[in-house]
Write a protein that binds this ligand. Structure first.
Ligand SMILES: NC(=O)c1ccc[n+]([C@@H]2O[C@H](COP(=O)([O-])OP(=O)(O)OC[C@H]3O[C@@H](n4cnc5c(N)ncnc54)[C@H](OP(=O)(O)O)[C@@H]3O)[C@@H](O)[C@H]2O)c1
Length: 268
């Protein structure tokens, strides 16, 4: 089974490469702008190119059966058209509900006529790394809604599901709304990071502007969107956990406590 991973140096795409290799895939091709910088593992065929450069893309798609599509709304339609032309039989896309920011990717994939599996993750555990600068500097996180609750998922678990959808059978036509195994409030997430560090991480309730300012060192202009839409959204409507990761991959989903222990150095 030959698989092309686009966005192969991305935060999820890179993990998809690892998961494919861990599952014994032997014909994995990775598309990246700069193969030297990408430092992809041995056993992967690295192809120089970009989703934004159709010529190189066509060469990368030659002989490929399945594609992991990284979330780039600007190019999704063009990449899918090239994949179809190349004879690709299944695309697994990281995208989102049609009404979400990532809906353009979903629509482009479905319009292409290719068999698809959509990966629709909710909140990523890795988003909490945006707390790291303030935790390091002050030992606290500053946000407006301690009770806002979501079921964050580890990117590695999204990648493991992607690998299963690419290598396994019977996943075509499924939109997988991926969530983590537990619902946690923002205050509980701060506490879990503190436990991983072996010292308290305080949750300090502040107004929206102060929360945005505290996140800007990590998130830049995205901080306002994150506070207003993502965290604010969870304050209005809590996220729900599910067991899709375990059901699809056969291994337990990463708990937030485990993720926090693995990433504790970022908060020290
Ligand atoms: N439902 C959701 O919540 C949802 C859904 C979809 C996506 N997301 C977001 O997607 C991110 C994870 O996806 P990811 O790991 O693929 O993203 P990423 O970390 O942004 O990486 C994407 C990769 O694609 C390539 N790339 C990036 N910008 C490009 C451009 N303008 N032109 C051409 N190539 C470009 C780069 O690879 P090379 O330089 O190696 O070519 C890059 O490493 C998360 O951070 C999340 O915020 C969220």
């Amino acid at each position: 089974m030959s698989v092309l991973v686009t966005g192969a140096t991305g935060s999820v795409g890179r993990l998809v490469v690892d998961e494919l290799l861990a599952r014994g895939a032997t014909d994995v091709r990775a598309l990246t702008v700069d193969p030297a910088r990408a430092a992809l593992p041995a056993g992967v065929e690295v192809v120089r190119g970009s989703m934004r450069r159709p010529d190189a893309l066509r060469a990368a798609l030659a002989g490929v059966e399945r594609v992991y599509l990284a979330p780039d709304p600007a190019t999704a339609a063009e990449v899918c058209a090239a994949a179809r032309e190349a004879g690709v039989r299944h695309v697994v896309d990281l995208s989102g509900e049609p009404e979400s920011w990532w809906g353009d990717v979903t629509r482009a994939v479905e319009a292409s006529g290719l068999p698809w599996t959509h990966l629709w993750p909710g909140d990523f555990m890795e988003n909490l790394l945006a707390w790291a600068p303030q935790v390091r500097a002050t030992g606290a996180v500053r946000e407006p809604w301690p009770e806002a609750a979501s079921a964050p998922i580890a990117m590695a678990d999204v990648a493991a599901v992607a690998a299963e959808a690419l290598l396994g059978e019977g996943h075509e036509g499924r939109a997988l709304g991926l969530a983590g195994p537990q619902v946690l409030t923002r205050a509980e997430m701060a506490r879990a990071i503190g436990e991983a560090l072996g010292r308290e991480v305080r949750f300090v309730r502040v107004d929206r502007d102060e929360a945005v300012a505290a996140l800007e060192p990590a998130m830049g202009e995205g901080a306002a969107w994150y506070v207003d839409t993502a965290v604010g959204g969870y304050a209005d409507t809590p996220g729900a956990a599910n067991r899709l990761v375990e059901e699809l991959t056969g291994r337990p989903a990463t708990t937030f406590a485990r993720w926090a222990r693995r990433n504790a150095d970022a908060f020290r």
